[in-house]
Structure formats: structure tokens, C-alpha cells
Write a new protein. Structure first.
Length: 290
């Protein structure tokens, strides 16, 4: 129990670091993913950055931050609590032998599924707030957004896009934690270290960045579909997609494969600093609490 509390607290630190570093990149990514294909507002990543800054200033890049600051802190703490629990579980089953690559992947995937219970609604609310511009504001903040959606559509409305979110989290966090743990293990073996606490900070950041790329390079098309579903209307003419598969079919028909990779530039730019900060926050907090 004590170890799980330490994992939770350290994961929360990592989650807060992730949001503060990664939110501006995520806002640009979501706006590019969800803009109209027939009448796009932005011609590319830098055009989106320019227009957002001109119209909304620096605050425009941090729209919807309150939700993930609380929510992603909770999400990342869930991720680390579950992945560390699963690592201990597999370690006991192995009677002290190192975890296999498959076990590392499954530990991460389990953390992703557990995390999706919170990350689904958190990202839904954040995404709707991120795509609001100064002339299209329909919500006055995260609480107002939750209140309006829940009043009209109940809990299913809050969990819109949950199926694709869960699939993304399973694969994404399987790859994420597998990559990080594999890199850490190889470094400990290569440098004959006695524990991961001896890893220098620059290596923690480097491996965290690598984990971020392992995640996003394998799940980006799923994330694009998730963003489209979570900014879609709820009913009537405003609703473009009837299901995840319908979204996939219509995106491919209208935009081809490129439609699943819109906004990938800011996502990949964010992956390194955001996830380096996440693992640095987690590892430093764990060393402090040890």
C-alpha cells in the first residue's frame, strides 16, 4: 500500500509536468486534426501557431488546461500505479527473473486501459475547449462544458469516443512503458548499475522522449479518429459520424491516408519534451520519497 501511494504521488508530479510542457503542442495538434477539410482555417502547423497567437495570445495555447492539469495528473498517477503493480505481479510470477518483453508490454497496456476510464472524458472536454476560437465559444470553461454535455446527453455524452480512446491507450501505453523500461534495463546492464536511481537525469529524459515516440508513432491514426469523434456533434445534422468505423471510412474517403496524420508535426515535436518531463518528474519524485 505504501509503495502504491508513492507511485501515485510520483505519477501525479509526472502528469503535471506533462501538461505544463505539452499543452501548447496539443492545442495546435487538435486544431489541425479537427478543422474543416473543405474550408480549412489553417494551412499548416506554423500558420496555426501564428493565427492562434494573433487572435488569442499565449492563453490560446493553454485553452482547456484546467481539465488536464487535474485530470492528466490523475491519469498519469493511475498509469504509474498500475504499471508498477503489474511489474511487481509479473516479478513474483517469474520468481525474481527479469520481466519478459511481453510482460513489460502487457503491464503498460493494462495501465492504459485503467487510465482510459479517466482520460476519455478528460480528453473529450479538453478537446472541445481547444477547438473553440474567440468567435465560436460555446462553453465558458471545463465545468460549464461538462454541465452542458451531461444535461443534454448524460454520461454517454461525457464518454463520447471512449471505444477508440481505450484502443489507443492499450496499444499506446503498451509501447510507451515497454520502450522506457527496455531502455532503462539496457542502460543498467551496460553501465553495471545497481539500481535505476543511479541513472543520470539526461538518460531519464532521453528514454522518456524515446517512450513518447514509441507511443505516438504507433497510435497517431487512432488519436486522429478520437479527436474527430470527440469534436463531432451529438445528434442531427451536426453529427457527421455514426461510429468509429464510420469515422474511419469517411476520413479515408475524403482525405485518404493523409487524413489520419493531420497535426502529426506538433504531436511529434511535443513527444520528446513532454514525455521527458513526465519521466523526469516521476523518477525524481520516487527518489525523493524513497
Amino acid at each position: 500500500m505504501i509503495q502504491s501511494l508513492k507511485d501515485c504521488a510520483s505519477g501525479t508530479v509526472g502528469g503535471i509536468m506533462q501538461v505544463l510542457v505539452g499543452q501548447p503542442f496539443d492545442t495546435v495538434k487538435v486544431r489541425l486534426q479537427t478543422q474543416s477539410t473543405s474550408n480549412p482555417m489553417y494551412s499548416g502547423m506554423m500558420d496555426c501557431v501564428r493565427k492562434t497567437h494573433q487572435a488569442e495570445g499565449l492563453r490560446g495555447f493553454y485553452k482547456g488546461t484546467a481539465t488536464p492539469l487535474v485530470g492528466i495528473g490523475a491519469c498519469v498517477s493511475i498509469q504509474f500505479v498500475v504499471v508498477e503493480f503489474m511489474k511487481r505481479h509479473f516479478g513474483q510470477k517469474n520468481h525474481g527473473d527479469p520481466l519478459t518483453n511481453g510482460q513489460l508490454y502487457l503491464a503498460g497496456a493494462a495501465s492504459g486501459v485503467a487510465n482510459s476510464i479517466v482520460s476519455g472524458p478528460v480528453e473529450h472536454i479538453r478537446t472541445r475547449l481547444q477547438v473553440q476560437t474567440s468567435g465560436t465559444a460555446g462553453y465558458n470553461g471545463p465545468i460549464d462544458c461538462i454541465r452542458q454535455i451531461y444535461r443534454s446527453h448524460g454520461l454517454p455524452g461525457i464518454y463520447k469516443g471512449q471505444v477508440i480512446t481505450m484502443a489507443r491507450e492499450f496499444q499506446g501505453y503498451g509501447a510507451y512503458f515497454f520502450a522506457y523500461e527496455w531502455l532503462v534495463r539496457k542502460s543498467i546492464e551496460r553501465n553495471k548499475l545497481t539500481s535505476r536511481a543511479e541513472l543520470p537525469s539526461w538518460e531519464v529524459c532521453l528514454y522518456g522522449a524515446g517512450a513518447g515516440y514509441a507511443m505516438w508513432l504507433t497510435v497517431y491514426p487512432m488519436d486522429a479518429v478520437k479527436s474527430k469523434l470527440q469534436t463531432d456533434g451529438f445528434a442531427g445534422a451536426a453529427k457527421k459520424y455514426t461510429s468509429t468505423l464510420d469515422c474511419v471510412r469517411k476520413t479515408f474517403a475524403a482525405e485518404g491516408v493523409a487524413g489520419f496524420f493531420r497535426g502529426v508535426g506538433p504531436c511529434l515535436l511535443r513527444a520528446a519534451p513532454s514525455n521527458a518531463a513526465t519521466f523526469m518528474g516521476f523518477e525524481v519524485a520516487m527518489r525523493f520519497l524513497a
